[in-house]
Design a protein around this ligand. Structure first.
Ligand SMILES: NC(=O)c1ccc[n+]([C@@H]2O[C@H](COP(=O)([O-])OP(=O)(O)OC[C@H]3O[C@@H](n4cnc5c(N)ncnc54)[C@H](O)[C@@H]3O)[C@@H](O)[C@H]2O)c1
Length: 278
């Protein structure tokens, strides 16, 4: 299958990808950089230990962001890494202040971070519910709040938030994650209305199943006794009408489109092979 070649050229533009150190966000960083943008990739190594279970004992988001920036720079692209926890207002305030000082403008913000956890509601602790809701939603609010002045002074721009198939449909054992991702869709629509006259567009993307660290953790929870990992992946594949997993690049292409599509705002667009088709 050939890929759609979007006309979007971001030469002279500045993009920020929060949670871009690895997974889908890292493909978004590469997509913007290859289209000519100066990109800041922000991530954190300080996630609560609760979320470390989907990748050994150490969260390495910022270390990965630094490696990504070094690799992109070696290829002649303009990417720098910054340490920021999206749920920490001081970190986010500093991130945007540094961006204003160093780059002087901002054209696109992508909130690509997210955390998940599997647990039925009856066994879920309030702290777990709150951590998952806050880990997916607080940063969307904080990042947008502190991005707006710089986007406005740059003459407008785009915010793209990561929701999920779990922001369009309910799925068992991830009620907290669904609550947060439906929340991302609602926040996106409301903010889009609020800033439409400022030339700032706000949209959400809803991935289906991308085989990132997050899904490797989910698979370890969903695998049935006696089932191999490969068999479990095949079972997951049958949940997708197109029978094809999505890739980070599939999402990165949609993000680039939304960053450039001047008449599209307030939308939540799925890349899920038909999983949540109405
Ligand atoms: N993988 C999928 O199939 C899938 C499906 C639906 C939605 N999503 C959503 O897509 C987005 C990207 O997911 P992914 O699969 O690439 O996950 P991932 O776990 O591979 O990567 C997430 C990145 O976000 C960073 N991060 C997490 N919390 C952060 C915080 N508070 N501050 C800064 N950085 C933080 C992590 O360090 C990591 O680098 C998330 O919002 C996720 O919920 C993913």
């Amino acid at each position: 299958m050939t890929r759609m070649d979007l006309p979007a050229d971001f030469t002279g533009k500045v993009a920020l990808v929060v949670g871009g150190g690895r997974g889908i966000g890292s493909a978004v960083v590469e997509q913007f950089a290859r289209r000519g943008a100066t990109v800041v990739v922000a991530d954190t190594d300080r996630l609560p230990s609760h979320f470390n279970h989907y990748e050994s004992t150490q969260v390495t988001g910022y270390a990965d962001a630094q490696k990504l920036a070094a690799r992109m720079t070696e290829s002649g692209l303009r990417v720098t890494a910054a340490q920021a926890d999206a749920t920490d207002e001081d970190d986010i305030r500093r991130l945007y202040a540094d961006l204003a000082e160093d780059a002087g403008r901002l054209d696109a913000v992508v909130n690509a971070f997210g955390v998940t956890h599997v647990c039925p509601v009856e066994r879920m602790e309030l702290a777990e519910f709150q951590q998952v809701v806050s880990g997916n939603l607080d940063g969307v609010f904080l990042s947008a709040k502190h991005a707006l002045p710089l986007l406005r002074s740059s003459g407008g721009g785009a915010i793209v938030n990561f929701s999920s198939v779990s922001g369009r449909s309910g799925f068992a054992k991830v009620a907290h994650y669904c609550a947060a991702k439906f929340g991302v869709v609602g926040f996106t629509a409301a903010l889009a209305q609020e800033v439409a006259r400022d030339g700032i567009r706000v949209n959400a993307v809803c991935p289906g199943i991308v085989r990132s660290n997050m899904w490797r953790y989910l698979l370890s929870e969903f695998v049935r006794p006696g089932e191999s990992e490969e068999e479990c992946w095949e079972r997951m594949r049958t949940m997708i009408p197109q029978r094809e997993f999505q890739t980070p690049e599939d999402l990165a292409e949609l993000v680039a489109y939304l960053a450039a599509a001047t008449k599209v705002t307030g939308q939540a667009i799925s890349v899920d092979g038909g999983m949540t088709a109405p």
